[in-house]
Design a protein around this ligand. Structure first.
Ligand SMILES: [Ca+2]
Length: 352
């Protein structure tokens, strides 16, 4: 479940209350009517990355220490460091004479506060390498919870905003402007199941293979919720006539949310009980399209004015006549399966 909200204030705790919850899983948990669930969350980050965007010399650009600050508490000292420079540890060692020597645009100095130590920073303190009369002015601070999806927390953009940066500077971090979707991108990905409608079937068509897919490529499980059918592997065996209700589910994994289940219902008929319908379907004539909408075309007729009859699945004759011009206009039929007899040839046709 993903909820999109209006603007949130960083560091605030929010509670979501949802009433009338129903479990729609294939094997639902019992939930009393008018039940309530609550969930609380706060926007926090575990990983932070300082990315240098200028391209001055390392003399200008080194950072002696970096700390991320939440409620006056500095975080980062002696934490695991990473980055494109050879000495990122030096930005977290509490030694103001050792520097992480960023010098090229794109150099980064990152820190992992560790699992369970995520914070909602309100500022970042950077102690720039002391180099009197020199400065750097273009850098940004990124935050992440997985070290893959990063959100920009602060940027200093240089031009017109150049400040000599020697010594200690504290820059405010305002998380209220974050795009919720950027934060979500660091969470699991949503997925959807594509489950086309299943046309009404004949019991003789069993087994059928529903054509379904999940857009994140994960395997789908489906269930017969009700009706005369059963699942075996990716096939659906039709057992008798009746209404069949099938549900497809995909439970997700560490990186993908569970999909919203998709339900399909269709009718199973028993054509001409006692016959195997396939045995009476001739290849001599071709009907198309099948399923059809309003008009069905019959090709392979050796002459015009051939008698035809149309039956429903319990053998009642619905209409009859002479076939001419190789097509039948059947726009008055309701959707379903019918038996078309043309001359001596029997065809099963499906009206959409
Ligand atoms: Ca240092």
């Amino acid at each position: 479940m993903i909820l999109k909200t209006s603007d949130l204030t960083s560091g605030e705790e929010y509670t979501i209350t949802i009433n009338n919850v129903q479990d729609i899983a294939a094997s639902p948990n019992e939930i009393a009517p008018n039940s309530t669930i609550t969930a609380s969350f706060t926007v926090k980050f575990r990983y932070f990355d300082y990315i240098y965007l200028d391209s001055k010399s390392s003399l200008n650009a080194g950072v002696a220490e970096i700390r991320y600050i939440e409620d006056g508490v500095k975080h980062g000292k002696d934490k695991s460091a990473f980055g494109s420079v050879s000495d990122p540890d030096n930005a977290f060692d509490d030694d103001y004479s050792s520097n992480a020597s960023t010098g090229n645009s794109g150099d980064n100095v990152g820190v992992d506060l560790g699992a369970g130590n995520e914070i909602t920073p309100d500022s970042v303190n950077i102690y720039f390498r002391d180099a009197i009369g020199r400065g750097t002015s273009q850098f940004k601070i990124m935050g992440s919870n997985n070290q893959k999806d990063w959100v920009e927390l602060f940027a200093k953009n240089g031009a017109g905003d150049t400040v000599d940066m020697q010594g200690s500077y504290t820059f405010p971090i305002d998380l209220s402007g974050l795009n919720p979707e950027d934060i979500l991108s660091g969470a699991k990905q949503p997925q959807e199941i594509t489950f086309p409608e299943i046309a009404d079937q004949d019991v003789n068509d069993s087994p059928i293979t529903p054509n379904l897919a999940a857009d994140m490529g994960l395997p789908i499980t489906y269930y017969v919720m009700e009706g005369p059918a059963e699942v075996s592997g990716d096939q659906l065996t039709l057992l008798d006539s009746g209404e069949v209700w099938v549900r497809a589910t995909q439970p997700g994994n560490d990186t993908v949310y569970s999909a919203y289940p998709q339900d399909r219902t269709f009718h199973v008929s028993k054509v001409l009980t006692g016959y195997n319908a396939k045995s009476i379907i001739s290849e001599d004539l071709t009907v198309s399209p099948n399923p059809f909408k309003d008009v069905i075309y019959i090709s392979g007729l050796s002459k015009d004015n051939v008698d035809y009859k149309l039956f429903n699945l319990i053998g009642e004759e619905l209409e009859s006549g002479k076939m001419s011009n190789g097509y039948l206009q059947l726009n008055n039929l309701s959707s379903g399966i019918y038996i078309l007899k043309v001359g001596d040839v029997v065809k099963k046709i499906i009206k959409q």
